[in-house]
Design a protein around this ligand. Structure first.
Ligand code: HEC
Length: 294
């Protein structure tokens, strides 16, 4: 068969491209990085990764105690918090949580045609403080705190490596099954508050964040070195800004992709099934053709 690009030629082109690119794309990215996002080692990463249940539980605690002041999770229902593959809290605890949620559900119309406010139950979404986007914006100085149900899927990271190496990094990401860009970004955002560098102009009431596009945020630092959530002694980790940020990000990753554990497990089972079928079919073929001379 004729190859389009001879192997040695291909390797030479690759080397040339890498040399031309300044060899280290990470370094190159740092020099003019508009956004600073690093890749973390998530338990749910790669082809076999699964959520860490204790981490999801801690993450929910951070979400509940900090983020619900401004954000909701409208595509996650209270009952989902007891599902397997998620934080899997005991159902009784989730019922109690829903019944003591600080925000009410608008339901109705009732028999008199009026909308009513009631406490959430297991089948209700995890609502945030605002009834609609306009109310949210009016309270938050014009900025909209987005619903966080799908935020991990809705965000990603930009590559700042030179454009002519993009295809290489894209193939590398495919080969390593990298799909945690959203999680990496959210973690970077939560830990990315810093003093604005000299020369950066910050509008009034805005905070400088190294990971946010444009770097100016209305969201005040929800977590910091001086303000973080302490965990129970048996929760598997000690509270810190870094740990809180990782845990709440993992929880939001689950919220955006609650079937990840099942999906990955099923994927491996299917591959194993196909492998066994292939071996069986091969054995059958050998046997059927054994008597035919060739
Ligand atoms: C005091 C209110 C407030 C709290 C508390 C808060 N946020 Fe926000 N958040 C905002 C606002 C307002 C925005 C809109 C973007 C901006 O600030 O300009 C936002 C935006 C975001 C975004 C979207 C960023 C983007 O790329 O568009 C994420 C993710 C986020 N918040 C996560 C969190 C998490 C996680 C917590 C809890 C640890 C949290 N927020 C707590 C107000 C808040």
């Amino acid at each position: 068969m004729k190859r389009l690009v001879p192997t040695s030629g291909f390797a030479a082109i690759m080397t040339a491209v890498m040399l031309f690119a300044g060899t280290d794309p990470v370094l190159a990215a740092e020099e003019h990085a508009p956004q600073h996002v690093e890749r973390l080692d998530w338990s749910f990463a790669g082809v076999g990764g699964q959520y860490d249940r204790a981490q999801l539980q801690r993450g929910f605690q951070v979400f509940q105690q900090v983020c619900t002041a401004c954000h909701g999770l409208k595509y996650v229902r209270f009952g989902n918090l007891a599902d397997s593959g998620g934080p899997q809290f005991p159902l009784d605890a989730v019922k109690a949580l829903a019944a003591s949620w600080p925000y009410q559900i608008t339901d109705g119309p009732n028999n008199e045609g009026k909308m009513v406010e009631r406490l959430p139950g297991l089948a209700d979404p995890i609502v945030g403080p605002y009834k609609n986007d306009k109310e949210a914006r009016s309270v938050q100085g014009g900025a909209l705190p987005p619903d966080l149900s799908l935020i991990v899927k809705a965000r990603g990271v930009e590559s700042h490596a030179p454009w002519y190496t993009h295809w290489f990094w894209m193939l590398a990401d495919i080969a390593t099954a990298y799909q945690e860009g959203g999680a990496d970004y959210i973690y970077a955002l939560l830990t990315g508050y810093e003093d604005a560098p000299a020369g950066a102009e910050l509008a009034e009431g805005m905070y400088y964040n190294a990971a946010f596009p444009g770097h100016q945020m209305v969201m005040s630092p929800p977590l910091s070195k001086d303000f973080f959530i302490e965990y129970q002694p048996d929760s598997g980790a000690t509270g810190s800004l870094d740990q809180n940020a990782k845990d709440v990000t993992a929880f939001l990753a689950w919220a955006a992709d609650p079937r990840l554990d099942t999906r990955k497990r099923l994927g491996w089972q299917v591959l194993l099934y196909l492998l066994i079928t292939t071996l069986l079919l091969y054995a059958v073929k050998k046997r059927i053709w054994a008597r035919v001379k060739h």
